[in-house]
Ligand binder design. Structure first.
Ligand code: SAH
Ligand code: SF4
Length: 337
């Protein structure tokens, strides 16, 4: 698929039959690689403190209205244990860029989770130096998710003040060099992003040999500079995911939680358009709502178990198979598959 064909797909009206056919084609590719299997990544969101000021995100440092929390080590370990007991094969440790975060505590969490459960551990902690990434990898972390958000240099610099897209790309390269199964991705529908920029985003991401590509729609948060802009369209997010699938048949692609924040059963639509992964929050109920990256995230007030089981049931009901496997690179070397 060349850049003109991608551009044409992105310019199709939402209700055109070509869009439905594209999603179906992407699902067909996913079926041929992963069958109907859906892997689960349980996300423990353990700190809502952040030193950064990304214009789209509710955790941004300047948001004085947000209740900030930092989970104790034992609470992170209990959440991971609940996730593992529910058949979640990957535990994701995610947080804002908390200046009080001690890399050794993260290292100890990684080691303990890996010792106690047969799971993969993914980190989603943002920008750190190579030594820190190396240390976490040595502690046993399997994967790292670092979304580039937008590859357009001007937009990136505008929405991530003080940050350069080239630095983010270099970090992704470093993570790959260190042997992390590496994920990146986009926020689709960010204000000011034109279709030709999305084409470049898709092509650049697809050239990196990533293990995971996560593209979720922008959801405006009222306490941020982008709060007054419209949400990204669900249709565009699904179309981007479908194109990404066609270009990256073996990548793990999540049906992002942001889809669910915009439409009912958004994540199911994501699976129908070619995704093969879901990432339920397994953050303890007491703080889950305070991890308010965008409105509609973590709205479920039930227990971790009820949230995860509810999602598993919704997925099974529409014909997919919820797997308890780690579902990373090893998927491709496993004899049973
Ligand atoms: N601090 C880390 C990880 C937590 S943020 C980091 O930034 O990498 C996790 C993800 O939330 C970000 O990568 C971004 O893609 C997403 N996000 C933030 N604000 C959002 C919004 N308003 N709408 C949709 N996704 C958003
Ligand atoms: Fe912080 Fe990540 Fe939100 Fe940026 S996207 S403000 S780094 S939590």
């Amino acid at each position: 698929m060349n850049r003109y064909e991608i551009l044409e797909l992105l310019r199709l009206p939402p209700d055109s039959p070509e869009i439905a056919a594209l999603w179906e084609q992407a699902r067909g590719v996913t079926d041929s690689v992963f069958g109907k299997t859906v892997f689960q990544r349980g996300v423990v969101e353990f700190s809502s403190f952040c030193r950064k000021n990304c214009h789209y995100c509710g955790l941004r440092n300047a948001n004085s209205q947000l209740h900030r929390f930092r989970l104790a080590e034992d609470d992170v370990l209990s959440a991971a244990a609940v996730g593992a007991s529910l058949g979640v094969g990957t535990i994701v440790l995610q947080a804002g860029e908390d200046t009080a975060l001690d890399p050794y505590v993260v290292g100890s969490l990684i080691t303990q989770i890996k010792d106690q459960h047969a799971v993969a551990v993914t980190l989603s902690l943002g920008d750190y130096d190579e030594d820190t990434y190396t240390y976490w990898r040595d502690c046993g972390a399997d994967r790292y998710l670092l979304k580039v958000e937008t590859t357009d240099a001007a937009l990136h610099g505008q929405y991530r003040p003080g940050q350069k897209v080239s630095e983010r790309m270099r970090r992704i390269e470093t993570l790959q060099k260190l042997g992390f199964e590496t994920g990146s991705g986009l926020i689709t529908g960010l204000p000011g992003r034109l279709p030709h920029m999305v084409v470049e985003d898709i092509l650049l991401l697809s050239s990196l040999g990533l293990d995971m590509i996560a593209c979720g729609p922008f959801v405006p948060h009222p306490q941020t500079p982008l709060g007054g802009y419209p949400a990204g369209s669900v249709q565009e997010a699904l179309t981007v995911n479908a194109i990404v699938r066609l270009l990256n048949p073996k990548a793990h692609i999540p049906a992002t939680s942001a889809l669910d924040a915009l439409v009912p059963e958004g994540r199911i639509l994501g699976l129908h358009a070619g995704a093969n992964v879901v990432m339920p929050s397994i953050t303890p109920e007491s703080v889950r709502k305070s991890y308010a990256i965008y409105p509609g995230k973590n709205v479920s007030v039930t227990s971790i178990a009820a949230t995860v089981r509810g999602l598993q049931e919704r997925i099974s009901k529409v014909g997919y198979f919820v797997s308890d496997a780690r579902g990373g690179k090893e998927f491709f070397s496993s004899p049973k598959m």
